[in-house]
Structures are given as structure tokens and as C-alpha cells.
Design a protein around this ligand. Structure first.
Ligand code: ZN
Length: 442
């Protein structure tokens, strides 16, 4: 049996254009000759892509040919082509230069009509696939993978993919606003009180890991973490309750903004509790402090240590869903603080916060989940999730291949696309930049 695959393009006025894109020959039927194979599939896709692109561009040029003011056709200055890499192969997009219509007295003498939409050398979907896979596996393996399953062309190489990933990461970085000041929240307390009851506390776990620096510069630390919303009052479905983040501390100039935006994307409200956890070393604790400075710790280290110990046990009790005993401990702690708060503004502030916390627990007893139970069920709320995060965000991609060396910028940018991929946010970013990219069904 022979199979001939022909593509037919039907233009707006009903005119048909045809091209044969593939001939298949099948003799003996076997498992491996059943249907099309990968080579034939790639050839088919490349053939269709090339034909469709050609027809699309021709039709577009025909529609732009007439001057929108006087209707006279523009005359050609010179022809030209722009190569564009797509997921179904490199294509040559005709990109002619036309003379300005005589009815226009001003403006450049010539122009390229394709310039209105042709603003890159790589299709968004190609950029997306390169970025996504290179965020998860080494550049060379991402190149191999894409070349094996798609007719992307032999010229695709790890360096190109690295460049494209970094372009994407820089674009993500540019969307991040200015670094935030130490006070994390906007608005006044009166305004916060107007806000609806927030979801459960956000737990932010932070840890550090080391990756090998380029040019024999030893190792440098990368910070990774995860932000988890304990529970939600309403099931919002679309908003994931856990998201991870990462950055290179000595390169990043917006770590607070980064974490703030992440928590915002999880629905954080100004009146919501944020709990920080880390098992990490000195640097990690320092990061934690500048992300969430604690006034008391600086002023009264002893009281702070005692209060922390008490709070730790409250946390433990809440963790296991034992809200009644947690409330009792909180009340005790408040009484102790009341002895010093007249002399210490910081202690007073902490007491204020704890009173609110107490009211909050009291009002929400039935909503406070038993985290201990959840943990046994395999949900990711524990100090262990901090370690698993550093493994997920950093180790596999950065450390496993010991010979791989990183620049601060290279590691930081990869962390940005990697966390976007792990959080399932990369596709949405592309949709912001290219509104018709993988358009969602209405
Ligand atoms: Zn004209």
C-alpha cells in the first residue's frame, strides 16, 4: 500500500493551494510498521509547517499590498527572508522591503510590511519548550530530547537553548517590580481590619544549597524555599497552595519583592499570618531575618528566647490539631509578657500580636487542621518540606552533575525559570507576553 499525504490551503476567497508533503510505502504489516513512525511523523509536520507558513505569509502580503489611503499597490524595493525557528522546523519567512506610497509625503522612504508582527527569530512555542525542558534537565539533554521527538532541525544546540532560557528568565525578572522596603505590607491597620478573614497561615520554608562556581571560583550558595498556605476558607481551585522560589543571594537585588509577589499569587492578604521555618545555616537565617525582621529578637534576646520556646510548643500543639491546649499556653505566655510590656515597646507589640493570634485561634478552632495527621498522609507541611524543596529546586538540576559549573547570573536565571515550571506558572507567563499562545478554550 502507498499513502500520499497532501495539504490543501483554502484562502479567504475560496482558492485552493495544494502540496504533497509525504509519501508512505507499506508492505508487510508488523508491530513496527503499524501506522506512521517518528521519522515519517517529523517529515510530515515539517512539510505541513513549511507549506502553511508560506501560504500564511503570502496571503498577509497580498492584503498589505494596497496602500490603505489611496489603494495603489506598494512597489518593491528589495526582497528578503527572515529565518524563524519553529517547533516543526526552521522556516524562511519572506520579509520584503517596500517603497513608501507616493501619496505619503513624510516618513521613511521604505518599510518592511512584515515588521508589524515579525519581531523575533524563534516562535514562542519553541522558546517555551526550550525553556521548560532546559529548566528541568541539562541543556544538552534538552537539545537531544527536542531533536529526537520534533523536526526542530539539526542546528539546535545546548548554547542556543541556554541563551533562549536566559532571555525568557530576564523577561520574567523585568516583570518584577521594585524591591520592597522592610515593612512588608501596604495600607493601614484600619484597612486590614476591613479585609475578609484570611486563609490559614502561610508557612515559608527556606534553605540553602551550594553549587559549583565557574572559573574555579569554588562554590556559592543558592537559596530555595517553598511557601505553603495551611488551609483555605473557600476552595479556589485554580490557586495552588504550595509554590517554590529560589535565588542567588549574592546576585539577586529583589529577594523580598520576589517572595512577596509569590505569596500574593497565592492569595496572601495583608492581615494574614506568615510563619518562617528553616533548618539552614547562618546565611539562610540572615535571609529569613531580612525577609521578616523580628523587633523583639534585637531588643531583648532572653525574653525572645523564652517566648520563642513557648511559641514553639504552641506551634507543635497547633500542628497536631490540639487547639485547646495551644490556647492555654498562649494565655500563659501573654501573662508573662504583660509583666515586661510596660517597659518594652517591642514586648508590647509582640503581646498585641499574640492577643490577635489567640482570638484568631479561638474563632477558628474548627478550621485548624491537624497538620501532624496531614503529614502522615504525605502532605508537604513540615520542616522536612524545606529539605525536599532544596532538592527539588536546586540539587537535581545543579549539583548532581558535579562537573557542571555556574555563574551567579546563570544559576539565578535558571532558578527563575525552574521555579516557574515547578509552580506551573510558565505557560501563564507566555500567555501574558503572547495572548494567543496556547489559548485556553472559552
Ligand atoms: Zn497611497
Amino acid at each position: 500500500m502507498n499513502v500520499r499525504v497532501e495539504v490543501v490551503c483554502v484562502s479567504a476567497d475560496g482558492v485552493e493551494q495544494r502540496r504533497d508533503v509525504l509519501m508512505l510505502e507499506r508492505r508487510e504489516l508488523a508491530m513496527e510498521t503499524l501506522g506512521m513512525n517518528l521519522t515519517e511523523g517529523k517529515a510530515l509536520l515539517a512539510g505541513v509547517q513549511d507549506f502553511v507558513v508560506g501560504r500564511q505569509v503570502r496571503e498577509d502580503l497580498e492584503q498589505r499590498r494596497a496602500c490603505p489611503r489611496c489603494g495603489q499597490p506598494h512597489t518593491s524595493k528589495d526582497s528578503g527572508n527572515t529565518p524563524v525557528k519553529t517547533i516543526f522546523g526552521p522556516v524562511n519567512v519572506p520579509n520584503p522591503r517596500w517603497n513608501r506610497c507616493p501619496c505619503h509625503a513624510e516618513g521613511p522612504k521604505t518599510f518592511r510590511p512584515m515588521r508589524t508582527w515579525l519581531n523575533g527569530r524563534t516562535s514562542p512555542e519553541m522558546l517555551y519548550l526550550e525553556t521548560k525542558w532546559a529548566s528541568l534537565i541539562p541543556f544538552a539533554r534538552a537539545a537531544d530530547l527536542l531533536k529526537e521527538v520534533l523536526p526542530v532541525g539539526d542546528s539546535l544546540n545546548p548554547e542556543t537553548i541556554r541563551n533562549h532560557l536566559q532571555v525568557t528568565a530576564e523577561r520574567i525578572e523585568q516583570e518584577l517590580g521594585e524591591e520592597r522596603q522592610l515593612n512588608r505590607f501596604e495600607g493601614s491597620e484600619e484597612e486590614w481590619e476591613q479585609q475578609p478573614l484570611p486563609d490559614g497561615p502561610i508557612t515559608v520554608g527556606i534553605d540553602g544549597g551550594y553549587v559549583r562556581a565557574a572559573h574555579k571560583q569554588g562554590w556559592f550558595e543558592v537559596i530555595a524555599g517553598k511557601s505553603v498556605v495551611a488551609f483555605r476558607r473557600e476552595d479556589e481551585g485554580e490557586v495552588p497552595s504550595a509554590k517554590c522560589f529560589g535565588f542567588v543571594q549574592t546576585y539577586d537585588d529583589k529577594p523580598r519583592r520576589r517572595l512577596w509577589e509569590l505569596m500574593k499569587s497565592q492569595g496572601m492578604q495583608e492581615n494574614q499570618q506568615v510563619v518562617f521555618m528553616s533548618d539552614g545555616g547562618e546565611n539562610v537565617r540572615r535571609v529569613q531575618e531580612y525577609l521578616h525582621p523580628k523587633a523583639l529578637q534585637e531588643e531583648r534576646p532572653q525574653t525572645c528566647a523564652e517566648a520563642s520556646k513557648q511559641l514553639e510548643s504552641v506551634k507543635h500543639l497547633l500542628w497536631h490539631g490540639n487547639t485547646e491546649e495551644a490556647l492555654e499556653r498562649l494565655v500563659n505566655l501573654l501573662m508573662e509578657l504583660s509583666l515586661i510590656q510596660a517597659h518594652s515597646a517591642a514586648a508590647e507589640k509582640v503581646a498585641e500580636g499574640l492577643t490577635e493570634f489567640e482570638t484568631y485561634i479561638g474563632n477558628n478552632q474548627e478550621f485548624i487542621p491537624n497538620f501532624g495527621e496531614r503529614r502522615r498522609q504525605g502532605e508537604t507541611i513540615s520542616t522536612a518540606f524545606v529539605e525536599s524543596t532544596i532538592n527539588q529546586v536546586v540539587s537535581r538540576r545543579f549539583v548532581k552533575k558535579q562537573q557542571m559549573q555556574w555563574t551567579l547570573r546563570g544559576a539565578h536565571l535558571l532558578l527563575q525559570t525552574r521555579t516557574k515550571v515547578l509552580n506551573n506558572d510558565l505557560e501563564e507567563a507566555f500567555r501574558r507576553w503572547y495572548p494567543r499562545f496556547r489559548a485556553k478554550a472559552a
